[in-house]
Design a protein around this ligand. Structure first.
Ligand code: C5P
Length: 224
């Protein structure tokens, strides 16, 4: 069977990661969470008191952090490692979430992570989600999806996710963070988030998770 690359981009908190994961599982593909890589880079900056606006600090970070993924043998879930240490939980905290879009504007950081993402997708059979996957990482992806959902729905879903992890964060704090990340991600000069002309758009505000996964899998199967 013909293996393809599926690029899923869209706004923060649209459910891209869980959708991409389910699509990959259904097709027997590898799921790659590009956002986790920017989050791990952000954790490195924070933990080492590095400033994203100081070129020496950026250079120092570039030579010192390595992001990798490993599969948790108990849950079967993919987890993110920074320099060999499992940081899956840390990179989902509000501390990292509040800073990640700033770190993701740094051209040198993007260049390094995009090269790694392209390497991971070289053999195809991958579903990767992020903000620039269909535009920069895999402009030739056979299937591009752009996911949207209204801000209040996204906020409610994210608050629920955080609650399940016992992190209580106010609705307004989450809403402002999602809106601010969208603003930075869409307006940055380096690889801004935008819908590509050849991407199919899925608004997940009113449809169920199962429906959005089924729609992508169905289109993918027509290509494969
Ligand atoms: O996907 P997730 O919400 O975990 O991504 C965290 C942040 O990383 C985004 O808000 C965005 O600033 C950045 N990002 C990016 N390009 C990607 C993936 C994520 O700029 N391909």
């Amino acid at each position: 069977m013909n293996k393809i690359v599926i690029a899923i981009d869209g706004y923060s908190g649209c459910g891209k990661s869980s959708t991409a994961k389910a699509v990959a599982k259904d097709l027997g593909y590898t799921y790659i969470d590009s956002g986790a890589m920017y989050r791990a880079a952000t954790l490195y900056f924070l933990d080492n008191f590095l400033s994203p606006t100081n070129p020496h600090d950026v250079e120092k970070a570039l030579g010192s952090f390595e992001v990798s993924f490993h599969t948790n043998p108990d849950s079967g879930q993919q987890e993110t490692c920074l320099n060999g240490l499992n940081v899956e939980k840390k990179i989902r905290s509000m501390r990292v979430t509040e800073k990640v879009s700033e770190i993701a504007t740094i051209a040198a950081i993007r260049k390094a992570l995009v090269a790694q993402q392209q390497k991971l997708g070289k053999k195809k059979g991958v579903v990767m989600d992020g903000r620039d996957i269909g535009s920069v990482v895999f402009p030739d992806a056979e299937l591009k999806v752009f996911m949207t959902a209204n801000l209040d729905t996204r906020t409610e879903r994210r608050q629920q996710e955080l609650l399940e992890k016992k992190e209580m964060v106010k609705f307004e704090v989450i809403r402002n963070n999602l809106a601010e990340r969208d603003r930075i991600d869409s307006s940055r000069s380096e690889s801004p988030l935008k819908k590509m002309d050849d991407a199919i758009e899925i608004d997940t505000s009113e449809i169920s998770f199962e429906e959005q996964v089924a729609e992508i899998v169905q289109v993918a199967r027509q290509i494969i």
